[in-house]
Design a protein around this ligand. Structure first.
Ligand code: CA
Ligand code: CA
Length: 145
């Protein structure tokens, strides 16, 4: 089994998808998770590449958020689109990052991702509240590299 497949059980994947659905009930922001084993590239650069590969820049309010995880490298990046960066401070994702980091340090990967998603949803709520005409613009499925 590849590292990525061993990373999360089917059940854990479902928990992550549920967390995305819950988070997206708070905000019009669209959250996606991408998991891969490792990359030769700089992790930030790679997360940007994945962001565009997944067409996450095509949301109406440019408020997509990618949680990128390179399992073997033990690295993760939270990348938010322009619409978010235009209205928040540079340290906007710090709390979410801390939540994920604390779980990852203990080896609790699934919980780190789940809590990170929920935290991101809460943080986004203030700037991008959920609207009655909200559409699920980006798939909630986990993307795997
Ligand atoms: Ca939405
Ligand atoms: Ca979605």
């Amino acid at each position: 089994m590849s590292k990525v497949e061993a990373f999360l059980t089917q059940e854990e994947e479902q928990e992550i998808i549920s967390a995305i659905k819950i988070a997206e009930k708070n905000t019009s922001g669209e959250i996606r998770v991408h998991i891969e084993a490792s990359t030769e590239k700089n992790h930030y650069e790679r997360s940007l590449e994945v962001f565009y590969l997944l067409k996450m820049d095509e949301t109406k309010d440019r408020n997509g958020v990618l949680i990128y995880v390179a399992v073997k490298d033990k690295k993760f990046v939270i990348y938010g689109d322009k619409g978010i960066n235009n209205v928040v401070s540079d340290d906007f994702w710090d709390t979410t990052k801390d939540v994920i980091q604390n779980h990852f340090k203990k080896g609790n990967f699934k919980q780190g991702i789940v809590d990170g998603i929920l935290k991101a949803g809460e943080e986004l709520k203030e700037h991008f509240p959920w609207q009655i005409d909200d559409e699920d613009e980006l798939s909630n499925e986990i993307s795997k590299g």
